[in-house]
Design a protein around this ligand. Structure first.
Ligand code: KIV
Length: 260
């Protein structure tokens, strides 16, 4: 049986843009929950919070801790757990790990990277009542090059077939990462699953970005990111002022002290 939240996402296809962002902590999730349809606990946490070089390095147990914090804070949004690299190599392994994730985090759905290659795993999980979000185009866990996809016919055909296979397997939505506009448009109009673009044009049914990128916490500024604030300079200013206050004995002031 399809969850109400999932049904709502499905109904938005072609009508109402689906708003998605990433969260790894309770504080951020609390803000996002007011505005987002979907919150992804992404494996990008590896690079964004842990300073790792790739998304491959994050473990399922570390991501579970982040997902628990996010999920318990969210009242409204659909929370998706991004299955880490090598945790869904086959149906049995995928189901075992997904069950652990759902039990420990209570997340509403999981995301898996890959198209035709993992369609049988997606189908299997969906049959077991696990809502699955797909992820095609540029696949950070396995892609050899991090360039825009779909510039030649072979890639276009591959990515299109990936989208069709995932949609037919029952994925409730599909992230399309870094593909040319015309391909994203073709996929979105021809499959029944809602598409969520990241660097895949306005022709997708929804959009996702990494929250730390849009608030200017990271230095990651590819063409597809729009930065809405420069949070690092606000943090730096606060830290600098605190340091000055401590050095000049302006902090703590009497109002910050406890007395009998
Ligand atoms: O891990 C992540 O943050 C992602 C999104 C950016 C799609 O996979």
């Amino acid at each position: 049986m399809m969850q109400t939240k999932i049904k709502k996402i499905f109904k938005k296809k072609g009508k109402d843009p689906i708003v998605c962002l990433t969260a790894y902590s309770s504080n951020i999730a609390k803000i996002l929950d007011k505005y987002c349809d979907i919150i992804l606990v992404g494996d990008s946490v590896s690079m964004v919070l842990y300073g790792m070089k790739t998304t491959k390095e994050i473990t399922i147990d570390t991501l579970i801790l982040h997902a628990r914090a996010v999920k318990k804070t969210c009242k409204k949004s659909l929370v998706v757990f991004d299955m880490p690299y090598n945790t869904y190599k086959n149906k049995t392994q995928a189901y075992k790990n997904v069950k652990k994730v759902i039990n420990l985090t209570k997340c509403d759905a999981v995301k898996l990277e890959g198209g035709k290659r993992i369609a049988n795993i997606v189908k299997y999980l969906v049959k077991k009542n696990i809502p699955v979000m797909g992820h095609i185009g540029l696949l950070p866990q396995t892609s050899r090059s991090f360039k825009v996809k779909g510039k030649n016919y072979i890639q276009q055909k591959e990515i299109y077939e990936d989208a069709v296979a995932l949609s037919k397997s029952g994925a409730f939505s599909i992230v399309i990462e870094c593909v040319i506009e015309s391909l994203a448009k073709k996929i979105t109009t021809n499959i029944s699953a809602p598409t969520i673009g990241i660097g895949a044009s306005k022709f997708c049914d929804g959009q996702i970005l990494v929250t730390d990128d849009i608030i200017g916490m990271t230095n990651f500024m590819p063409r597809f990111v729009k930065q809405y604030s420069k949070i690092r300079s606000i943090i730096e200013k606060s830290v600098k002022n605190y340091c000055n206050d401590v050095k000049n004995k302006r902090f703590p002031a009497p109002k910050h002290a406890y007395r009998f």
